[in-house]
Design a protein around this ligand. Structure first.
Ligand code: ATP
Length: 361
């Protein structure tokens, strides 16, 4: 395991007046790098030939570090190059996917913003449910086997399918019928049966809540909210019901974009309570707990109950909806604060206070 002491030794060898903020060119890197520049840091993007255009055109990176494959980011020579440039890495969803959790936990000796050991808790469904339950956060009821289905459920499968191969059903019979249908269509294989995760289908409006836990302020901030734009479900619902029935097209939930939203003001107390409870719980379960951005993906029912079906313990893709700030970040900061800039500001404050040890792992 990459120890805190080793990371602090590396940080101690850094030229603190010359810190570089770096990430992989993908996911949320545009506002991460832009935000770092606005806070006065040098920025570096790790990219590949043919994939560097957005970072050149948007001029967010001072330096470009090219790799043959994204998964090379964990190679020793790349790590060496990053350390030479006094780099603090900002991990995002694609960075973690390409680097690999095991590598980040065991072999990646570059200081990273956030708690690298909490990442496993968001990526494994059972750990994620344990964390949310222990925090007292309402999550969808889980059904252990198809025979237990007694209401409308959504059936999910592991792996990077991005919602393709998920289906909704109402009974055990319908479960097996749909499963077989998806196997015949090639969306699933027979072996997937035992990996099926079956949970209560929550009918509600989607809010993805973007929080930031500041170890320096010891406070959870709410910086923005988005809702997902998913294919093909968001296209499918534009077809009148009778035509939908005739077409018999299976729904999928592949994320393709996001919309910014605001939530009814009277729900904000519930929103803050959930963020606070999770930040508190993680301190005991994965010390030192959450550091920086985290996100709860929720559905709000017509009883005004907010149910969490997914969490991220790092910057979530939906933060791209407020690169120029959100209504909430504006209220808090009086300036257009993106999640990327908020991260860089915490690093800047930590540098000034000589407390970088509180924000990296
Ligand atoms: P990603 O990690 O990319 O967000 P995923 O493959 O982990 O996606 P989920 O986020 O769990 O999948 O679910 C995908 C979509 O399915 C959600 O955005 C939502 O539209 C729908 N969904 C998930 N769980 C539920 C639920 N319990 N009730 C109703 N809809 C749900």
């Amino acid at each position: 395991m990459v120890g805190k002491k080793e990371i602090l030794d590396i940080l101690n060898s850094y030229d603190k007046d010359n810190i570089t903020i770096a990430t992989l060119g993908s996911h949320t890197s545009l506002h991460i790098l832009k935000g770092a520049k606005k806070e006065g840091f040098k920025t570096l993007v790790i990219t590949m030939e043919g994939k560097d255009k957005p970072y050149k055109r948007f001029r967010v990176a001072d330096e470009f570090l090219y790799v043959k494959n994204y998964s090379d980011i964990v190679k020793e020579e790349i790590q060496e190059e990053l350390r030479k440039r006094n780099t603090i890495i900002i991990p995002h969803g694609s960075f973690i996917a390409y680097a690999g959790l095991d590598n980040l936990e065991k072999d990646f000796y570059v200081p990273m913003f956030g708690n690298r050991f909490i990442l496993r808790w968001e990526s494994e469904r059972d750990l994620e449910r344990k964390l949310l339950s222990e925090a007292g956060i309402r999550i969808p009821k889980k059904f252990e086997k198809p025979e237990d289905i007694d209401r409308t459920v959504i059936v999910k499968f592991p792996g990077a399918r991005g919602g393709r191969g998920y289906f909704v059903c109402n009974s055990t019979e319908e479960f097996y019928k749909k499963f077989e249908d998806f196997v015949n269509k090639g969306f699933l294989t027979k072996d997937d049966l035992e990996k099926a995760h079956i949970e209560e289908y929550v009918i509600g409006a989607n809010y993805c809540l973007h929080y930031f836990f500041s170890p320096l302020k010891q406070e959870v901030e709410l910086l923005g909210i988005d809702r997902r734009y998913e294919s093909n479900i968001d296209g499918l619902v534009r077809i009148p019901a009778k035509d939908q029935l005739e077409l018999n097209i299976p729904a999928s939930y592949v994320i393709t974009g996001n919309f910014p939203v605001v939530i009814r003001e009277s729900l904000l107390t519930q929103v803050f309570d959930m963020g606070d409870k999770l930040a508190e719980t993680t301190k005991n379960i994965v010390p030192p707990g959450l550091i920086g951005p985290f996100c709860l993906q929720t559905l709000c029912t017509d009883n005004l109950e907010i149910v969490v079906f997914e969490m991220s313990a790092r910057v979530d893709g939906g933060t791209n909806t407020f690169m120029n700030g959100s209504p909430y970040s504006y209220i808090l900061f009086d300036e257009p604060m993106s999640m990327g800039q908020r991260i860089a500001r915490e690093i800047k404050w930590a540098l000034i206070a000589d407390k970088l040890n509180l924000v990296v792992s």
